[in-house]
Design a protein around this ligand. Structure first.
Ligand SMILES: [Zn+2]
Length: 257
């Protein structure tokens, strides 16, 4: 069985300090491949370094709305150079986060658009972070009809998911799906077409039913896969095969593996 953690922060503590252990425990749970997104230039460079040192790890580069600098303009140039040099598999994580009150909606949308333009130029998919901004996000993504990607750790509910699916987007499910009371996420996981589902942990930042936030690791994809398996009435091998194939397709990884 081969599971894919489509979103984990192996560049960050405590995972970075015990990378060999983290990868070994992941392998023991069937989790064999990883996408590590950046959230600013520094972490994007780290993700690329990690990916060039380890063939099971793939990097994404981008500026997350939480790492915007309110006083200075965003320039995509260093990211473009990094992309030329290191061939990341996606632009991300990027997006809109209206829970962050210190950055205006207009500024966030502007920086998102610049990065969607970059993904168009580089022909790369995007990894989208979104909190409390799904309607405005939909309107921005709709402007870039040639761009596809994933809404990672999706929490927007089934009706909104329908809209993003219609744009060709994939939906990423993580530890939230393992929580018995997570009715909205479960409802969404039931309606998303099988060929559009990705699995992830966002480790170490999102926990699960049994693992506290901060302690999560890519191995916990297995628990997410089991939750999805129970929900959809699949078997675990089918879940692994489907979601891994989806990840390879979205990020054009077949020729890289
Ligand atoms: Zn993340």
């Amino acid at each position: 069985m081969k599971l894919f953690d489509s979103h984990c922060h192996l560049t960050d503590p405590p995972l970075a300090q015990d990378l060999d252990g983290v990868l070994q425990r992941a392998a023991n749970s069937g989790v064999k491949n990883f996408i590590v997104p950046g959230y600013d230039l520094f972490s994007s460079r780290s993700a690329c370094r990690l990916a060039s040192a380890n063939s099971s790890i793939f990097a994404a580069i981008g500026l997350h709305p939480a790492w915007l600098t309110p006083t200075s303009d965003f320039s995509p140039e260093p990211f473009r150079q990094l992309a030329r040099l290191r061939a990341p598999v996606a632009i991300g994580e990027i997006g809109l986060d209206y829970a962050l009150k210190e950055y205006s909606a207009a500024k966030q949308a502007e920086v998102l658009r610049v990065q969607l333009e970059l993904s168009t130029i580089l022909s790369l998919p995007v990894i989208i972070h979104c909190r409390r901004a799904f309607e405005p996000l939909y309107l921005v993504l709709r402007e870039f009809s040639e761009v596809v990607g994933v809404l990672h750790a999706y929490g927007g509910g089934p009706q909104l998911a329908e809209k993003f699916l219609s744009l060709g987007y994939y939906i990423g499910f993580g530890g939230g799906l393992t929580r018995p009371q997570a009715h909205k996420v479960k409802k969404t996981a039931l309606m998303v077409p099988a060929e559009r589902i990705l699995l992830e942990t966002d480790a170490p930042y999102i926990g699960s039913h049994t693992v506290a936030k901060g302690d999560s690791e890519p191995r916990d994809v297995l628990a997410v896969a089991h939750s999805l398996t129970d929900l959809r009435g699949w078997d675990i091998a089918e879940t692994a095969a489907l979601t891994t194939a989806n990840t390879l397709r979205l990020f054009n990884l077949k020729e890289r593996m």
